[in-house]
Ligand binder design. Structure first.
Ligand SMILES: [Zn+2]
Length: 528
């Protein structure tokens, strides 16, 4: 069978379980909503948007957008690997900057490709809002699609577009890589959308994109691609030439300038990834620096012809380093640094685990336009990790407080481990669940990030557990007699219900045992 026939057959198969008419209606409606938001809440002078209004727009842009169970159903455009907080920053960045607003407005509303391309390139050059012009272009592509779903594909990442263009013979992706950011965005869109014409598929851009990501089709064009969407970056070993270690001022200066000349990540290695780069220093036996690679430029030839552009505001120094032992405790990295491998794929869960298990007391963060390293202290609580800085930002004059970092990683992981359900009852809404520590942070800083020390509990059972009215011993639920010595019918009933529960299954099994023992001995109300 020719490729053309295969693709057409797959498409007909896809249409059997997919109503293209509903898809088109949905996006007509959602696009109108997005346009109205853009016009009335972003562009209109003196306007503002509420958290709820923005959340809804983020849900349209991103299937992982924060969702209230009471919200109307929204069909997210794609899984774009942009955190909720980043989306919020992107929109407040756009809103607060008239130049960016105007340029983006031109990009969204113009019909003339060359002026769209110019405006995108100018936006990338001034690079005013973090992630807005990221290397994979997912944010710009997402906005373009939401504004005009008839014209633009919802295949958001330029890297994925390249795979599709190559696999379906729609053009030459290596030519695109030589072009400007704006040209790549506009031209890759045209090529991806030409799929329908090339193969005779009668379908809108959105339906085509859904087809491309459907079962059995996605594997075709991604076959052999080691950079699955789960991979968010790389851990690279750096010990090259004369540079003795990763904290050298020379490095830091380069990071602050946003360009790292000493070494570079081969372009292929970052394909499909937004590009978190963790640097492992073999001398110190640990990860010392985290940076976000925003662009990789080719310059000259040789073994390492690429140069990394780094977002200076993204640079974080781990001092002390994230130790090799901590790294090896992460699933998938058990044999880290045992062989010759100079680089590792960084998967999202690995990143979350690393950050949760890191027990450094201080992180200094390099900020652009500022001399010296700013000190931030690391604080862990039930919601994860926050970086607290008490300095004053020289640019805005505002106190820098609570630089958000991974605060939801522990919570997310625990809720997932417990299947988004309270351990003791049927409550199964994230809204009502807490990722609780068995042994609290105040009693033991070092195990705050250990998933074996976490339980998913509803607020009521969290409260009862923390106050010692419930514990777990040898896998059995033990309610305290304290519950029936009160006059509360509700608590009396809790005693009965918890007594009926008997054994619970903990996802981390025996690893949680030491924490539960501590809880039983130190917190549980043994009564009289
Ligand atoms: Zn509960």
């Amino acid at each position: 069978m020719s490729k053309r026939d295969t693709v057409r057959n797959l498409f007909n198969e896809f249409l059997r379980s997919h109503d293209a008419r509903i898809t088109n209606e949905t996006w007509k409606k959602q696009s109108e909503e997005f346009r109205a938001f853009w016009r009335d809440k972003i562009m209109a002078s003196g306007s503002s948007y509420s958290d709820n209004e923005l959340n809804r727009i983020i849900q349209i842009l991103d299937v992982k957008g924060r969702r209230d169970p009471n919200d109307d159903h929204v069909e997210g455009a794609a899984f774009v690997q942009i955190y909720q907080g980043d989306w919020e920053n992107i929109f407040s960045g756009i809103k607060g900057n008239p130049e960016v607003k105007e340029k983006l407005n031109k990009i969204l509303t113009s019909n003339d490709d060359s002026s769209i391309i110019n405006a995108i390139n100018e936006l990338q050059r001034i690079n005013p809002v973090k992630k807005l012009t990221c290397i994979s272009a997912v944010v710009i592509n997402d906005l373009l699609f939401a504004y005009n779903p008839d014209k633009y594909t919802s295949v958001m990442s330029l890297f994925e577009r390249n795979h599709i263009i190559d696999y379906f013979d729609l053009g030459d992706s290596s030519e695109l890589e030589e072009k400007s950011y704006g040209e790549s965005i506009v031209e890759s869109n045209k090529l991806v959308v030409s799929l329908g014409r090339t193969y005779g598929l009668q379908a809108s851009a959105r339906t085509q994109a859904e087809f491309l990501y459907s079962r059995g089709v996605k594997n075709l064009w991604r076959e052999g691609d080691p950079y699955s969407s789960e991979i968010i970056g790389a851990i690279a070993f750096i010990k090259f030439g004369d540079i003795p270690q990763v904290y050298s001022d020379e490095y830091i200066d380069e990071f602050r300038r946003g360009e790292w000349d000493h070494w570079n990540t081969p372009k292929d290695y970052m394909r499909g990834a937004p590009g978190i780069l963790l640097l492992y220093d073999p001398d110190r036996k640990g990860i010392t620096i985290q940076a976000e690679v925003t662009n990789i430029k080719k310059q000259g030839s040789g073994n390492f012809p690429y140069k990394n552009a780094i977002d200076p505001d993204s640079v974080i120094i781990f001092d002390p380093p994230i130790s090799r032992e901590t790294i090896r405790n992460v699933a998938g990295l058990e044999s880290f640094a045992r062989g010759q491998t100079p680089k590792y794929n960084l998967k999202r869960h690995m990143f979350d685990d690393l950050m949760n298990n890191y027990n450094g007391k201080l992180i200094s963060r390099v900020r652009s336009g500022q001399s010296g390293h700013k000190q931030y202290s690391l604080q862990k609580d039930d919601d994860g990790i926050k970086i607290i800085g008490d300095g004053v930002d020289p640019q805005t004059g505002e106190a820098v407080v609570q630089t958000r970092l991974f605060q939801s990683a522990f919570r997310n992981s625990i809720l997932k481990l417990f299947d988004h359900k309270c351990l003791f009852c049927d409550i199964d809404s994230d809204l009502l669940l807490v990722a609780a520590h068995i042994k609290p942070f105040s009693a033991d800083h070092s195990s705050a990030g250990d998933f074996a020390n976490g339980l998913a509990l509803c607020h009521i059972h969290h409260s009862l557990f923390d106050k010692g009215f419930i514990s777990i011993k040898d896998g059995a639920v033990i309610p305290s007699k304290g519950l029936i010595s009160t006059e509360s019918d509700f608590l009396n009933e809790q005693y009965n219900e918890l007594s009926r529960l008997s054994y619970v299954n903990l996802p981390r099994g025996e690893k949680s045992e030491k924490y539960l023992k501590w809880h039983y001995n130190n917190v549980f109300d043994h009564g009289i």
